[in-house]
Design a protein around this ligand. Structure first.
Ligand code: 9MR
Length: 455
């Protein structure tokens, strides 16, 4: 009898296994960076330059592979406030619009930095005046994008290599040590929803500079200065990824902040050859694996879509080829290694940004006389999807008063909802959901209609 039961269970297990096998495509592992990253609960982003968005291969690669965008230059002080109290956001707004249309999260870069800083700021010599000017800049720029950005690099590159002393900038000289915390306080007031990061290079492993940043973050956490994250830029050289990068990420995480790899590139002497490209692949794998291994490491951003437009050859003579795509948008060995480290499959997936389908379901989560709360869950089928759209059809007298984890557009009784950003790509079988509150002053609390589709 017992043996018979085991045999029946065995057969049932086999049958279930066959059903599962039939339901999944031959390769279920995600085939793009953003899908693989999403399946790990992190974002995979890139710096992008607004003037390349008109180039088809550039934008196609950007949209297919990345679900987070950092404007490479367009939000810096010299561009957003070139003369005192005169603000301009044209190129930055276009970035945000593009990212939003693709369901990408946006990292604002950067509010306070000594570089790409207009001369009129450099000329200020009174503490009160410069504090006012800095706070005014932050409140205008972060205020302009309030609610639109997931993260801000609030202060960039404030420490020196080697000693870990403060860099001698106009902010340091004229305001003093407390300019950094004042910048974070102003940023929190201007956009309470954005994660606020301190961002720097050569703090990827443990050294005097990362020790100094660590001490500052520890002090900020103790005193309640609003800081949420640390950005390790990770501008690296082939063959020299710090061996303690994971331990370094972990020690920041242990302070109670999130960690992001914010500007990853790994440069080599050009021209590249197969040995250098293989070493670079190992290096990208090491950095990616280090982030994936620490729960508080929530995203990786490479500093450019393609080697063709990387900043590296302009600054380091004879060096370049630092990114994941070559000059012709071909995937380099480092691409495959990164995708594998994210749990994806370079040989599998759909490779085209997801061609799977979605289903959706509606649940009423609360109700009262003149309104209700609902939740919609969107689930990918057997293939991954890069994005989704849900359409709610409201009944007469109903109005969507609030909606979270999605971006609604209202047109009469139709509310079209796109992903909030981080919940755009779905691995096969994975789900995303958003919630909303409906006001129904006439008491018509019947359920809205629901349909969903890709993208
Ligand atoms: O990639 C950016 C390049 O186009 C600019 O000319 C340069 C000006 O300093 O800034 C580059 O981006 C930097 C980033 O804003 C901060 N960390 C270092 C990056 C590479 O220099």
């Amino acid at each position: 009898m017992r043996r018979a039961l085991i045999a029946v269970l065995g057969a049932a297990t086999l049958f279930l296994a066959m059903l599962v096998a039939a339901a999944l495509p031959a390769s279920a592992a995600p085939g793009t960076l953003k899908e693989a990253a999403a399946a790990k609960g992190i974002v995979f982003g890139t710096a992008a330059a607004q003037n390349h968005l008109g180039e088809a291969a550039y934008t196609e690669t950007l949209n297919r592979e990345f679900n987070q965008l950092t404007p490479e230059n367009e939000m810096k002080w010299e561009t957003t406030e070139p003369s005192r109290n005169s603000f301009g956001y044209g190129a930055a707004d276009q970035h945000v619009g593009h990212a939003r249309s693709q369901g990408m999260a946006v990292r604002g870069h950067t509010l306070v930095w000594h570089s790409q800083l207009p001369g009129w700021v450099e000329d200020i010599s009174s503490r009160t005046e410069l504090l006012d000017v800095m706070r005014n800049h932050i409140s205008n720029v972060a205020g302009h994008f309030r609610g639109d950005l997931e993260y801000w690099d609030v202060v960039n590159e404030a420490f020196l290599d080697g000693s870990g002393a403060r860099r001698d900038t106009v902010f340091q000289r004229v305001i003093g040590d407390d300019y950094i915390e004042e910048a974070f306080r102003a940023a929190r007031a201007a956009d309470p929803g954005a994660e606020l990061c301190y961002n720097d290079y050569n703090i990827d492993g443990r050294n005097a500079k990362s020790d100094a940043v660590y001490a500052m973050v520890q002090d900020f956490k103790r005193r309640g200065v609003p800081i949420d994250c640390v950005g390790l830029q990770a501008h690296l050289i082939v063959g020299s990824v710090p061996g303690d990068i994971q331990a370094n990420i972990q020690r920041f995480a242990d302070l109670g902040v999130k960690v992001y790899i914010t500007e990853l590139d790994i440069r080599m002497q050009t021209p590249p050859d197969s040995a250098k490209l293989a070493q670079q692949a190992d290096d990208y794998r090491a950095v990616t694996s280090a982030c994936v291994a620490v729960a508080a490491c929530k995203g990786i951003t490479v500093w450019g879509v393609t080697d063709k437009y990387s900043w590296v050859p302009d600054v380091f003579e004879g060096e370049g080829a630092a990114l994941l795509f070559d000059d012709d948008y071909g995937k380099k060995p480092a691409y495959d290694a990164t995708l594998e480290a994210l749990g994806g499959d370079p040989g599998g997936g759909d490779g085209g940004g997801g061609d799977g389908s979605v289903t959706c379901a509606y649940t009423r989560t609360a109700q009262w006389g003149t309104g209700f709360n609902g939740r919609v869950t969107i689930t990918a089928g057997g293939g991954s999807v890069s994005s989704w759209t849900a359409v709610l059809t409201m009944n007469s007298g109903q109005d969507v008063a609030a909606l979270w984890n999605g971006r609604p557009t209202e047109n009469g009784s139709t509310v079209t909802v796109k992903p909030a950003g981080w919940n755009s790509s779905l691995a096969p079988g994975a789900s995303a959901s958003f919630g909303f509150t409906v006001n129904a002053p006439d008491g018509n609390v019947s359920d809205p209609g629901l349909a969903c589709d890709t993208p």
